[in-house]
Design a protein around this ligand. Structure first.
Ligand code: IPE
Ligand code: IPE
Ligand code: MG
Length: 243
C-alpha cells in the first residue's frame, strides 16, 4: 500500500476504544480484547514510521478506568508491563522515544521502574510514542494549577502575568506540540477526558472500527480525511467560496 500523502499530521493522538466489544463479539473475556489492542498499537506505531508521523499519543488507561473490576485493571497493568519488558529493544531499533503521560505516581512501583528504564533508554530519539497512563485531562489541569499555585505562593510567578504559553509549560509534556489529529475508534463521539487543553484545535476523526481491528487502511483513511480539512484556528481563509 504505497501512497503519497500531503499534509501529514505531525502529532496523531488516538483514543484506543472498543477492546471490550471486540472480545465480546468473539465470546471471549475482555482481557483478550486488550491483548489484541496491544498488537494493534504496535502495528500503528509502524504506520507512523512509514507515513512519517513524528508523535503518536495513545490513551491507554484513564484516571476513570480504575473503576473497572480489579481483575481487568490488573490485567491491563500487566499487559503494559509486558509491553515494556518485551518491546524495549524494538523501540530502540525503531529510534522511537517512549514516554508516559499521566499520574505516574499512582502506578505500582515495579511499573514505574520499568517506565523509567525504557524512558531513559529511548530518550535521545526524535520520534515519540506517548502512552497516556493513569491520565485524565482534568487531572492534568488540576496538577498544573497546583504547581502554579505553589510557585505563585513562593513569589516565583505573578499570576497576573500568566499567559496561555506559560500555563502550558505546567502541563505534563510541555515540549510536545498539540495533536493535529485525534482518532477515536469504536464509534463513540466523545473525548472521555483526553487532552482537554491540548485538543483545543485538533481535528477529530471517529471510526466505527473497533481498536483491535484498526488496520493500515483505516489509518490511511484518517490521514486522507485530515489532509482534506481546512484548519482555520478561528481566522478566515483566503478562499471563502466554499468554506
Ligand atoms: C479501550 O477499550 C481500552 C481501555 C479503556 C483500557 P474498552 O475496554 O473501553 O472497550 P469497550 O469500550 O468496552 O468496548
Ligand atoms: C477512554 O475509553 C479511555 C481509554 C481509551 C483508555 P473508555 O472506554 O474508558 O471511555 P468511555 O467510558 O466510553 O467514555
Ligand atoms: Mg470503552
Amino acid at each position: 500500500m504505497e501512497e503519497q500523502l500531503d499534509n501529514i499530521p505531525r502529532h496523531v493522538a488516538i483514543i484506543m476504544d472498543g477492546n471490550g466489544r471486540w472480545a465480546k463479539k468473539r465470546g471471549s473475556i475482555r482481557l483478550s480484547g486488550h491483548k489484541a489492542g496491544a498488537e494493534a498499537l504496535l502495528r500503528v506505531l509502524n504506520y507512523c514510521e512509514k507515513y512519517k508521523v513524528q508523535y503518536l499519543s495513545v490513551y491507554a488507561f484513564s484516571t476513570e478506568n480504575w473503576s473497572r473490576p480489579k481483575a481487568e485493571v490488573d490485567g491491563l497493568m500487566s499487559l503494559l508491563g509486558n509491553f515494556l519488558r518485551n518491546r524495549e529493544e524494538e523501540l530502540i531499533e525503531a529510534k522511537c522515544r517512549f514516554r508516559v503521560m499521566g499520574r505516574k505516581e499512582g502506578l505500582s512501583e515495579s511499573l514505574q521502574k520499568l517506565i523509567s528504564k525504557v524512558e531513559a533508554s529511548t530518550k535521545g530519539f526524535e520520534r515519540q510514542l506517548i502512552v497516556c497512563l493513569n491520565y485524565g485531562g482534568r487531572a492534568e489541569l488540576l496538577d498544573a494549577a497546583k504547581k502554579l499555585a505553589e510557585d505563585a505562593a513562593r513569589g516565583d510567578i505573578d499570576p497576573q502575568s500568566l499567559t496561555e504559553e506559560k500555563f502550558g509549560s505546567y502541563l505534563y509534556l510541555p515540549d510536545v506540540p498539540d495533536p493535529d489529529l485525534i482518532i477515536r475508534t469504536s464509534g463513540e463521539f466523545r473525548l472521555s477526558n483526553f487532552l482537554l487543553w491540548e485538543a483545543a484545535y485538533s481535528e477529530l476523526y471517529v471510526t466505527p472500527v473497533l481498536w483491535p481491528d484498526f488496520s493500515e487502511e483505516d489509518f490511511l483513511s484518517a490521514l486522507k480525511d485530515f489532509a482534506k480539512r481546512t484548519r482555520k484556528f478561528g481566522a478566515i481563509t483566503e478562499d471563502t467560496t466554499n468554506k
